[in-house]
Structures are given as structure tokens and as C-alpha cells.
Design a protein. Structure first.
Lengths: 337, 570
């Protein structure tokens, strides 16, 4: 009985363990970014270089996995959707510096770590979408979100979403904790419904008349225009770049980090150079409707049609520094409840 | 299976028959040291992830807790309590009448209804949540129709309950979880001797009061077990409450971990939830403390289901078909509709691979968990000491943790083993083998075993509990060694319990999500991870085919499960 049980147990283990493989030319990526955003880029990279890209996608816990795997980790590169995760990896000492002339020429200095520990790849603006049932507002600001004139008219996703926490963190960095608390209270009072859904769902809610204002990242507007079912949602709103007379619109970044013990370091650096280069940056711009960090790469026609805008020149690492404070304030005003 | 040598060594030691004929005296000296040590080792092995989290929780967490307590924690706890009790109460209202009808009466189509009623269990709750939101939200067909009919123009013109709310979450979770209660209660209702019910009727009870005063009290342990299972599943749920924007304790766990960046505080919160679950489980045990019901001999006490007529029949039919429709048929039809409309989007040549992956890890986990349950269950029965139930309790703790937190707990011992193994191999100057444990699907199988062993343990335990100790005595008196007794008496008698445990773990593993997401090796995609990727982006339509396969894969074991439970009654 015992023997058979043990044999069965070890058989399960061996069967599982045998699934490990090692190919010659690979680079292993842990990605917080969704598959359909980055997979086309990897395919392109493999076509150019013959290096295979293997990926694990997860929205949570990849840095903890990397930390526990330590020296044995197969991961070479981590892709994130926002700056706080990038900094988190650096602060936990899970990254290593990259000195690449190519990358440094492609990515302006405010979008990378001075020591080369992390690099931003794309900029994403936090916009305010307003309904076309009324005129496009002049000079809208993030402060307006707390203005009583919008009482019961604003829709947003959960305050705890990284994009919103990033926005709040920038407010903390620019205006201090006290002012942010007051702002958040006013903002919460103006909500049409409890925060829910994703960014696109807010625009949909504007179309449906649930609210007049929605908070959302810029590229979702492009994504909705490209989707037959969602185009009417996007067509029902104006896209506004807030704070043009003040600090400028809030910008967060997606980015990449070379892991500390990257086993395929050379291949990983090649992939990093590729992602910062013109071709990949153009894909980010054309397919994902994001703003490339590489200044040589133009934005897509659609993104260009939204017009020039001034972005907040707050250094992005300041967002990460104020992330926990932002989270604390969101809980204090019970933003999601 | 032939023999356990060390057990035989004990056979000829004199039996302490003087201690009266209790079963324990016969089996006390029966178990070999290997079995005893093995049970504890196995239990500790499966307990290591929880241990890792307890260690993580012991680190200081600074002000986070005070801050949470002063701000949102109260609401989270309140929501959690309301959610669990709401799901429990609604579950009772839905499941008990259906279980009673199926156990005691004859209605048209009963043969099909019996297993149809179990099917909602095959539906991942996040898929059902998505489908109902799609149907009932402002832009959905229901409200559109309402507006067309009435001429209302916007959301401001009328009131419609918001599906994305605590109430919505309660309804959805009750709809997919009630089969736990239904299965257990139905079995209990069928097991009960008809004579007690007849006696109560003769003594003047109406059918209703006989139901309330005889059947329900007798089925209480089964009902409480079912409620405990529903409660634990509800507590561990993240996908549904997240989708419905109802913050619960699980939300707090993720906030502290990802928002405040403190895994320690998250682990501490998980530990609190663990305590709650242990309370639920002990409540279930406590309710059974005086229950000594053993399997009766067959052949007597054939019950005759009464045929329902008139409005009673109509009501019974309506109730059962309503449950089946809301919990299964409607969502399944929506999925089917998506599949037809978005076939080119959702067709993916890789789907076969994903299915095989799902199958592989689920079968692995179910086998692992069932063996663990059998091993520990027998240990608990045959080694009657005060501590013999501890191993089973230890392996059951993993059930209580939110999947994602558990996954991190699993990473700790697995990566430590990997580092140890590589250290040894490198000490002998061989090249390192890499992440054998944490970097392969072994990690997922192990995580599922940790998470779902409780389900198998429960089912094997209750089935072993119904084997009368007199059978142990008889078999030993007739000269069986303990291992022969296990092989020839216990295992044949708990076959159904083993099968039930195996199938339940299999179904849960097919649907499991967070652990698979985080622990998967490079390029590994299962049906659940593939579907969720689209659900989280609010585009289930494009993964409808995969979702449908996921549901179908759960149907087969469920039907088998139901059949085996039915056969048990005959």
C-alpha cells in the first residue's frame, strides 16, 4: 500500500519535472504586460535575430517569483506596465545595470535610470474623456475632478488600479499629501457609481448616459476606435489632455528591467535594444496607440490627430516614491467603497 | 500493494483484547513506523507553503495594519461576513428543496434532473459573473428590451438593480456553489431510514413538519459540511468579487501586497482568514461529534419515492429547472452563442495543447490529493491516538488561502528545494539542473494538491467514518493483518469516497486560476489561464470556445460523480 502510494507520488513528480527544456538561442521574459500587446513584437524579434522568446505572463507575483528563484532564475528580462513595478524590482535588487550605447541613444535620459537599472518603453497619458452631449470643456484640469459642478457625473475604474494610483501619486508629488486628501474627497463625492470595470467600460458608461466624464489612458481611445463594437463608445466622447496650463498631463510609463542573474544576458540586451529601437517603437505607436519614448519615432496618425500636448515633467521615479502614500490616501477617503 | 512487511511483524504481538471490544484496541498496535512517519512527513510537506506564509506573517508590518483598521478594514470584513452568510442562506434556500425533491419524490425527468442539478459546479464563477453582467448591465439585452418596451430613454428614467454589487456577487456565487450542498444533502436525505419519516407521519406530522423536524435534523452534519465548503470557496474567491467591485478580505490581501508593497501584511491577513476557515471546519467537526452513523446493511428499508401530483409537481419541476437554467443552461447557451458568433476569433489551433495541459495538471493533482487523503485517512482511523487527526488537519489548511497568496507560499519551499538540489549537484561538480521543482508543472500540481487536498480528505474521511468498527474487529479476528484489512475491507468500502474526492479535486483544478497564472513554466497555457486573459480584458467572446471546453471537461467527471453517489444508495 505504502510502496504503491510512494511510487505514484514520485511518478507524478518525475512526469512534471521532465518537462524542462533548454534551447540554444533563447531569451526568457517575465511579463506583466498582456500577451496580445507584446507578442507581435517578440515574433518580429525572432524573425530578425533567430532568437526564440519564451514568456510567462502574470499580472501579480512575478517579482516574488524572481526573488525566490534567485541565482537559478531562468528569467532574463521583466516587462512591466508602470513605473512602480520597475522601481520595485530595482529596490529589491533583482535588476542589473545595462550599458548600451544604442539604448541610451534611443531612450531620452528622463525615461531611464541614470545607472541603467531600468528603462521606460512607452508613455501613457491619463486623460479625461468628456461626453459629446455638451461642448468640449476648455482647459480641463485634474483639479476639476473634485469640482462640485461635476457631482454625480464622473466614472472611473478602481482607485487601486496601478494607473489611478500613479495619477494620485503624481498629485501627491506636485501638491503634497494634505491637498491630495482634499482633492480625493471631492473626486469621490463626484463619482456617478462605485469604481468598477476597466478604462474602456468608463467610456461605455459615458455613452450610456451613466456619467459625463471618464478617466482613462490615451491608448484605450485608439483601441476602441479600432474595434467595431467599441467605436461608438469612443465616438461619443472628446479626449482631453488635462492641466495644459498647469503641470501638464500625467504620464506613466511601461518599461523593462534586465534581471540580476540573467542566464542569457547577451540575447536579453539584444531584445532590449530591439524594443527601444525604431521598429519596435513604431509598432508600439501604430498597434498599441501608445506614445513611444524614442523621440525619433512618430506617433501614429490617430494619436497625432488628438493634438500636441504638454506632459507633466515630474521625473517618473517620483511616482514610485509616492505610490504607497497614494494607496494610503485612497484607503483613507474610502475611494472604492 | 502485496504487503507491508513491517506491519506483519506486529501481527503476532498479543492483542489487548482485555480492553473490551473497542475497535481502537485492535488497531492500536497495527501501524508500522513507516506509515506513521510517512503520514507526518507527507502532512508537513503539504503544510510547508502555509508555514512559509506564517513565517512571512511574523515579520513586522509597521503601520499598515493600524491604517487599514482605521480606514477600510471594517467594511471589508463586513462585506466578507455578509457575502459568506448571504451565499450560505441563499444556498440553503436553493439547494435543500431540490435535494429533498430528488431524494423523496418522483417527478417527470428526474433521471436527468438529478445530474443536471450538479452541473453549475462545472462553471467557473468568473465566467458566470461575466455572462450575467453582460446580460443585465445597462447596455445588455435585458435592459435594452425594457427600454424598448417602456420607452424609457436613459439610466436616469428608471431603477434597475446593479448586478455589480454585493447582492449580485451573492447570487452568482450561490448559483455556482449550491451543488456542494445539494449533493451532500441529497445523499443524507436518501440515506435516512424511511421508518423514521413514516413514524413521524403516523404521529401526526404533516410532510412539511416531518421535513423540518425529522429530515433536516438528521441531515444536519451533511448540511453543515456543505455550508462550510461553500463558505470556504466564497472566502477564497477573488475573480468574482473583483469583477463585481465588492471589496472583501481577499481584496485587502491583494491591496496590502501589491498596493502597499508588503507581502508580510498580506500574509498576516491571510493568516487571519486561515483562522476563520479553521473555525468553519471545526464547526463542521463539532456538529458531527456525536454522530455515529454507520453504513447499514442493504436489502432492508427500501424506500418508495412518492409521486408528486398537481401544483406540487408543477412547483417541484419549476424549482429544479430554475436552478438548472440559471446556474447552467443559460450561461452555457450564452457561451455557445459566443462560440458561433465569434468562432474565427475563438478558434485557436493551440486549444488542444491547452486542454491537454489542463488535463495533465488536474489529473496529477487529483491523483496526488486522493492518495494523500487515503493515506492520512487510514492513519487517522487505525492509529487511534489523540494526535492522529493532526496530519489530515494540517493538509486541509491550504484550502483556506487565496490562490495567489498560496502560490507565493508554494514558491518558497519549492525554490528552497531547487537551491538545495543544485547546491548538492554542484558540490559534486556537475552542471546545475536549474529549477526542477519550481520551474516545471510540478509546481502547479503541488500547489493544487496543497489547495484542494482538503476536499479529498473530507470526502475520504466521511466515507471511512461510515465503515463500522465492528468490521475492523471481525476482519482482525478472522486473521487479517492490518494491511490486509486495509486492502480487503477499507479500500473496497471507501471506493466511492475516493472517487468523489478525486473527481472534486479534478474539477476544482480544471477551474483554478491564480496559482496556475503565477507558477506556470515558460509557454505553459491552460484553458483557465487562456480564458481569464480575455475575461480580465472584458472580451470573453473571443475565448468562448476555450471556456466551453473547460465547462465540458468538468461535465464528464460531474456526471460520473453523481452516478457514483446514486449507486451508493442502491
Amino acid at each position: 500500500m505504502l510502496k504503491k502510494a510512494l511510487i505514484a507520488l514520485s511518478a507524478t513528480g518525475l512526469m512534471a519535472a521532465s518537462a524542462i527544456s533548454q534551447a540554444a538561442e533563447v531569451v526568457n521574459v517575465y511579463s506583466y504586460r498582456q500577451p496580445f500587446l507584446v507578442e507581435p513584437l517578440f515574433k518580429e524579434f525572432t524573425k530578425d535575430t533567430g532568437i526564440e522568446v519564451k514568456v510567462v505572463f502574470a499580472k501579480k507575483g512575478l517579482s516574488e517569483r524572481l526573488e525566490r528563484e534567485g541565482k537559478l532564475s531562468p528569467a532574463d528580462l521583466v516587462l512591466t506596465t508602470d513605473i512602480s513595478r520597475l522601481m520595485n524590482l530595482v529596490n529589491k535588487d533583482l535588476s542589473q545595470p545595462v550599458k548600451s550605447k544604442t539604448i541610451n541613444e534611443d531612450i531620452p535620459s528622463q525615461f531611464r535610470d541614470p545607472d541603467g537599472e531600468w528603462f521606460a518603453l512607452t508613455k501613457r497619458v491619463r486623460n479625461i474623456y468628456t461626453t459629446k452631449r455638451s461642448d468640449k470643456p476648455e482647459g480641463i484640469t485634474y483639479d476639476d475632478l473634485a469640482d462640485p459642478k461635476y457631482k454625480g457625473k464622473i466614472c472611473t475604474r478602481s482607485g487601486k488600479n496601478a494607473y489611478n494610483v500613479g495619477l494620485v501619486a503624481s498629485y501627491v508629488a506636485n501638491n503634497g499629501e494634505e491637498a491630495t486628501r482634499e482633492w480625493l474627497k471631492g473626486f469621490k463625492d463626484n463619482l456617478a457609481r462605485r469604481p468598477q470595470g476597466n478604462d474602456r467600460a468608463q467610456v461605455k458608461a459615458v455613452k450610456e448616459g451613466v456619467c459625463d466624464l471618464a478617466i482613462g489612458n490615451s491608448y484605450y481611445f485608439g483601441a476602441m476606435m479600432a474595434n467595431e463594437e467599441q467605436r461608438p463608445w469612443a465616438e461619443s466622447v472628446y479626449i482631453n489632455f488635462p492641466d495644459q496650463k498647469g503641470n501638464g498631463s500625467h504620464v506613466n510609463v511601461s518599461g523593462m528591467v534586465l534581471t540580476k542573474y540573467a542566464p542569457n544576458k547577451d540575447n536579453a540586451v539584444k531584445l532590449m535594444e530591439f524594443l527601444a529601437g525604431d521598429k519596435a517603437q513604431a509598432t508600439y505607436a501604430e498597434v498599441n496607440m501608445e506614445y513611444p519614448v524614442n523621440p525619433d519615432v512618430p506617433v501614429s496618425d490617430m494619436v497625432a490627430s488628438w493634438g500636441e500636448f504638454k506632459s507633466d515633467d515630474l521625473p517618473v521615479y517620483k511616482l514610485a516614491e509616492n505610490y504607497a502614500t497614494a494607496q494610503k490616501l485612497l484607503d483613507e477617503v474610502r475611494f472604492d467603497l | 500493494m502485496k504487503h507491508v512487511p513491517t506491519a506483519q511483524a506486529n501481527v503476532h504481538t498479543p492483542l489487548s483484547q482485555t480492553e473490551s471490544g473497542k475497535a481502537r484496541s485492535i488497531s492500536r498496535q497495527g501501524l508500522s513506523i513507516y506509515w506513521r512517519a510517512g503520514s507526518w512527513l507527507l502532512a508537513l510537506l503539504l503544510f510547508t507553503p502555509v508555514l512559509a506564509l506564517i513565517y512571512e506573517a511574523s515579520a513586522p508590518t509597521g503601520e499598515i495594519f493600524a491604517h487599514l483598521r482605521n480606514t477600510v478594514l471594517g467594511t471589508y470584513i463586513l462585506n466578507t461576513v455578509l457575502l459568506i452568510s448571504g451565499v450560505g442562506i441563499l444556498g440553503l434556500i436553493l439547494a435543500l428543496p431540490a435535494a429533498w425533491i430528488m431524494a423523496n419524490s418522483e417527478i417527470p425527468g428526474k433521471r436527468y434532473l438529478q445530474w443536471l442539478l450538479v452541473l453549475p459546479l462545472a462553471m467557473p464563477s468568473y465566467v458566470v459573473a461575466y455572462i450575467y453582467t453582460d446580460l443585465l448591465e445597462y447596455a445588455g439585452p435585458v435592459q435594452r428590451l425594457l427600454r424598448d418596451v417602456t420607452g424609457w430613454e436613459s439610466a436616469a428614467d428608471y431603477y434597475f438593480p446593479d448586478i455589480r454589487s454585493l447582492g449580485g456577487a451573492i447570487i452568482i456565487l450561490a448559483l455556482v456553489l449550491y451543488p456542494y450542498l445539494y449533493l451532500l444533502a441529497r445523499t443524507a436525505f436518501m440515506e435516512h431510514s424511511q421508518s423514521q419519516i413514516l413514524a413521524s407521519r403516523l404521529l401526526g406530522c404533516s410532510p412539511i413538519s416531518s421535513f423540518l423536524r425529522v429530515s433536516i435534523p438528521m441531515a444536519r452534519p451533511a448540511i453543515i459540511t456543505g455550508l462550510a465548503l461553500m463558505g470556504i470557496e466564497t472566502l477564497g474567491d477573488f475573480a468574482t468579487v473583483d469583477y463585481f467591485a465588492v471589496p472583501t478580505l481577499t481584496t485587502a490581501v491583494y491591496d496590502t501586497w501589491l498596493g502597499y508593497g508588503s507581502l508580510n501584511a498580506a500574509a498576516k491577513l491571510s493568516a487571519i482568514m486561515l483562522v476563520v476557515v479553521m473555525l468553519l471546519i471545526s464547526m463542521e467537526k463539532y456538529s458531527r461529534r456525536r454522530q455515529q452513523l454507520y453504513q447499514k446493511n442493504t436489502g432492508q428499508d427500501h424506500k418508495k419515492a412518492s409521486s408528486l401530483k398537481g401544483w406540487k409537481k408543477a412547483l417541484a419541476l419549476f424549482w429544479c429547472w430554475m436552478l438548472v437554467s440559471l446556474g447552467f443552461l443559460l450561461p452555457a447557451m450564452v457561451l455557445l452563442d459566443y462560440v458561433f458568433r465569434y468562432f474565427s476569433d475563438s478558434w485557436n489551433i493551440e486549444l488542444l495543447t491547452y486542454s491537454l495541459n489542463s488535463l495533465k495538471v488536474s489529473l496529477g493533482a487529483a491523483t496526488f490529493a486522493t492518495l494523500v487523503a487515503l493515506f492520512l485517512g487510514l492513519y487517522q482511523r487505525l492509529q487511534k491516538s489523540r494526535f492522529s487527526s493532526i496530519p489530515s488537519r494540517l493538509v486541509s489548511t491550504g484550502y483556506a488561502l487565496p490562490g495567489n497568496v498560496l502560490a507565493i507560499g508554494v514558491l518558497t519551499p519549492l525554490t528552497l528545494s531547487d537551491h538545495g538540489l543544485n547546491g548538492i549537484i554542484m558540490a559534486f561538480e556537475y552542471p546545475p539542473v536549474g529549477l526542477v521543482f519550481s520551474g516545471s508543472i510540478f509546481a502547479i500540481i503541488f500547489a493544487y494538491a496543497v489547495r484542494f487536498s482538503a476536499v479529498a480528505v473530507g470526502s475520504v474521511e466521511s466515507s471511512l467514518g461510515r465503515v463500522s468498527p465492528s468490521l475492523d474487529m471481525a476482519s482482525r479476528t478472522l486473521g487479517c493483518t492490518p494491511s490486509e484489512m486495509v486492502r480487503r475491507v477499507h479500500i473496497p468500502m471507501v471506493r466511492k469516497g475516493l472517487l468523489t474526492g478525486f473527481l472534486l479535486v479534478f474539477i476544482e483544478s480544471m477551474k483554478e486560476l491564480p496559482a496556475a497564472l503565477l507558477l506556470r513554466p515558460f509557454g505553459f497555457e491552460s484553458l483557465a489561464t487562456w480564458v481569464f486573459q480575455f475575461v480580465s480584458d472584458e472580451k470573453l467572446e473571443q475565448a468562448a470556445l476555450a471556456a466551453l471546453i473547460l465547462v465540458l471537461a468538468g461535465l464528464v467527471p460531474l456526471i460520473l460523480l453523481n452516478r457514483s453517489l446514486e449507486a451508493e444508495q442502491k
